[in-house]
Design a protein. Structure first.
Length: 186
């Protein structure tokens, strides 16, 4: 098959059609806290619990993660769009960036989920590095998540009131016949 060069802007535009959640990855540095907005984030494994984030090699976060070997992932709520812009390099005037600390790792308060990770390994990925983190601690709550589509942030609607309870994702068998999954609320 012929080697065709893909136009980087077209590639970016095509991938922008993939709606995804928004996270802020944070780590402690000798000078304080450093963070970056990341949507190149996903789970890797349940056992052991692993996640991966892709970080550009030229980003300051790349150096800090290699040095600190521990990081936090805050999964943002719709109300936290200003933090997404701030940590994407577009600071909002007057925005205060407080942190909560768990296991000596900084995280953003009021996020939908907090993940505290230790660096398990890294893999090269072109102009990025894939940082695989092993979860040390997690916390989550319900709410409206922040998403990104075509470079624009927007909030998703939360589950209807009463439709979700902790643990239901894994244990609810209502409406199942012969092992069928429960009916979706939507």
């Amino acid at each position: 098959m012929p080697d065709r060069r893909i136009d980087p802007q077209s590639y970016r535009n095509a991938l922008g059609r993939f709606a995804t959640g928004v996270t802020v990855v944070t780590t402690a540095t000798p000078d304080g806290v450093h963070g970056m907005t990341a949507n190149a984030f996903t789970s890797v494994s349940l056992d052991p619990p692993l996640v991966v984030i892709a970080v550009a090699k030229q980003a300051r976060t790349h150096t800090y993660l290699n040095q600190a070997r521990r990081f936090g992932v805050s999964i943002l709520s719709a109300e936290q769009e200003p933090y997404a812009w701030h940590f994407a390099g577009r600071p909002r005037e007057g925005l205060q960036t407080p942190f909560v600390w768990k296991k000596e790792v900084p995280l953003l308060p009021d996020a939908l989920a907090h993940l505290v990770c230790s660096l398990e390994t890294t893999y090269p990925g072109g102009d990025h590095t894939l940082f695989v983190g092993r979860l040390e601690e997690l916390w989550y709550r319900d709410g409206s998540p922040l998403a990104v589509y075509r470079g624009r942030f927007f909030g998703l609607i939360p589950l209807p009131s009463g439709e979700w309870t902790p643990g239901r994702e894994l244990t609810d068998t209502r409406g199942t016949e012969g092992g069928e999954p429960p009916e979706q609320w939507w």
